[in-house]
Design a protein around this ligand. Structure first.
Ligand SMILES: Cc1cc2nc3c(=O)[nH]c(=O)nc-3n(C[C@H](O)[C@H](O)[C@H](O)COP(=O)(O)OP(=O)(O)OC[C@H]3O[C@@H](n4cnc5c(N)ncnc54)[C@H](O)[C@@H]3O)c2cc1C
Length: 475
């Protein structure tokens, strides 16, 4: 643990198998008890662990908590964690194979791998589970071990909040830099177009509102008096809201950067792909939402009502919840009814995002986020379920368009100030940020010209070569 905390060893959790992802109860890696320890074994190729980055890194050791089915005297005794050294400075440990997966499309580079064990002998102290006894309920035992995943669920979105802030910053900086022919001879920045302002201001607003929300999540996670199920539920709502909204806004802002938005070195596409990975890792948001929303409807526990509970977004959530409670009570078979699958499960994620938006909105009000940004966030949320607001809250499509126009007009003079407040520029740079960064970056590109395949000694653009570019920041 000490070495891990100092960053001297890299730790992994090996849970997911090639043949069993979310369906973790069916995992097939075995740890068979012997007189002096265990034999860890991948029974067939689909029982190999997938994703955790186990390939050796020179200078570092890697260890893993491997989730495996304990076999004692031929009897399966539940799934337990085993602490296993995976690689050291000399390479992989005996009996362990790591096959490095090809790079993920467009995301930050991580050595994701497929890992298998061939009759690896483990000492008895490798067992870090609770007991060798056959568990009364194998599923609840596994969930007892995996409660920490809930912390991952709640903390991963914090990186994504930085991501949406970076996207907003890049989108705004580029849109003020890029000029096109305006009316007459004059040129105008592309920021003058509402089609540019809308996604960029939504990204700026979301970054500020989520930033106001995240300390509440941290406080909830650290509060020893909060029921772990509620902590997990709050984490799921946070993840679904931040992850889904950011993935959508990343694509919208990325498209508004033209071809530049497609390149990983300009970050927006990379952040979108990293966010999509986050939406799956530490719990897939669709499946987490299905489970949480079902448990809330079954009244197994309740999540806190959003502060400012008379706000539009809070009323929306409360109404949605009441509506699906009544759908559930109309089903003869309750949550086991086939119609639960068709009527409620597909609505789970959107319902919980509605709750998350109400939480985030309340946090932003209390934190003093500038009103135009709060209004833009609220109107963006509202448009995800426009019909409800028209049917139940006295809105019309015309009012929504007018409200949005006013919020954008109020925000426009302050865009640069709002981006400065995010204070993220010092952490990264991208070629499209300014003429200087672009000119310096282009000099570093491999160049082909007549008679030579070497770097062209004559720069394509005359530029001061003094700007040092930071290496790609990792989120
Ligand atoms: C970036 C990243 C890092 C990861 N790191 C790790 C790690 O360190 N350790 C580790 O063990 N794993 C890791 N994983 C794996 C991750 O936990 C799994 O990808 C995840 O559990 C989903 O499993 P799967 O990909 O096999 O999808 P599947 O289980 O095949 O699911 C595919 C889709 O089927 C649907 N589905 C499946 N089950 C249900 C259900 N019950 N109800 C409704 N729909 C369902 C959902 O739409 C789901 O998205 C990582 C994944 C990513 C993307």
């Amino acid at each position: 643990m000490d070495q891990g905390l100092k960053g001297e060893v890299i730790g992994n959790l090996l849970l997911t198998e090639v043949g069993h992802g979310l369906d973790i109860m069916r995992l097939e890696t075995t740890a068979t008890k012997t007189h002096d320890g265990f034999i860890l074994h991948t029974s067939h190729p689909r029982a190999a662990k997938i994703m955790p980055p186990t390939t050796p890194i020179p200078g570092f050791s890697k260890v893993a908590a491997v989730m495996a089915k304990l076999i004692v005297d031929g009897e399966a005794r539940g799934i337990h964690p085993f602490l296993v050294p995976i690689s050291d400075e000399r390479g992989m440990r005996p009996g362990i194979t790591s096959r490095r997966l090809p790079p993920r499309s467009g995301s930050s580079p991580v050595d994701f791998a497929i890992t298998s064990f061939h009759e690896v002998h483990l000492p008895s102290y490798a067992f870090v589970g609770l007991s060798y006894d056959k568990p009364e309920n194998a599923q609840s035992l596994l969930h007892k071990y995996l409660w920490r995943i809930g912390l991952g669920t709640a903390t991963l979105p914090i990186h994504v909040i930085n991501g949406i802030g970076i996207i907003a910053t890049i989108g705004a900086d580029y849109s003020y830099r890029r000029h096109v022919q305006g009316k007459g001879d004059s040129s105008v920045t592309i920021m003058s177009f509402r089609t540019q302002q809308l996604p960029i201001l939504r990204a700026i607003a979301s970054a500020h509102v989520f930033k106001a929300w995240w300390p509440r999540i941290v406080r909830c996670m650290m509060d020893m008096d909060v029921d772990p199920r509620i902590k997990h539920g709050v984490g799921v709502v946070f993840k679904a809201t931040v992850g889904r909204m950011t993935a959508i806004l990343a694509r919208e802002v990325g498209e508004r950067l033209g071809a530049q938005g497609l390149f990983g070195h300009n970050f927006v596409a990379q952040i979108e792909n990293d966010t999509r990975g986050m939406n799956i890792a530490e719990g897939d948001i669709v499946v987490l939402s299905i489970r949480l929303f079902s448990e809330l409807l079954l009244e197994r526990y309740t999540l806190p009502t959003p502060d400012h509970d008379s706000s539009l977004l809070a009323r929306h959530w409360l109404h949605i919840f009441a509506k699906y409670m009544s759908v559930l009570s109309s089903l003869p078979g309750g949550h086991r009814d086939a119609r639960f699958n068709s009527l409620i499960l597909p609505r789970s994620e959107a319902a919980l995002i509605a709750l998350g938006q109400a939480y985030a909105y309340a946090a932003a009000l209390d934190a003093g986020v500038p009103q135009p940004l709060i209004d833009i966030f609220q109107l963006h949320a509202l448009q995800a379920d426009e019909g409800w607001y028209i049917e139940n809250a006295g809105w019309t499509q015309a009012l929504i368009v007018e409200g949005e126009d006013k919020a954008i007009q109020d925000a426009l003079p302050h865009i640069t100030g709002y981006v400065d407040l995010l204070d993220l520029r010092k952490h990264f740079t991208v070629p499209i940020r300014s003429d200087e960064t672009w000119d310096a970056w282009i000099l570093k590109l491999k160049t082909h010209s007549h008679g030579s395949d070497e770097r062209n000694s004559t720069p394509i653009v005359a530029a001061p070569n003094t700007l040092s570019l930071k290496p790609s920041a990792r989120l």
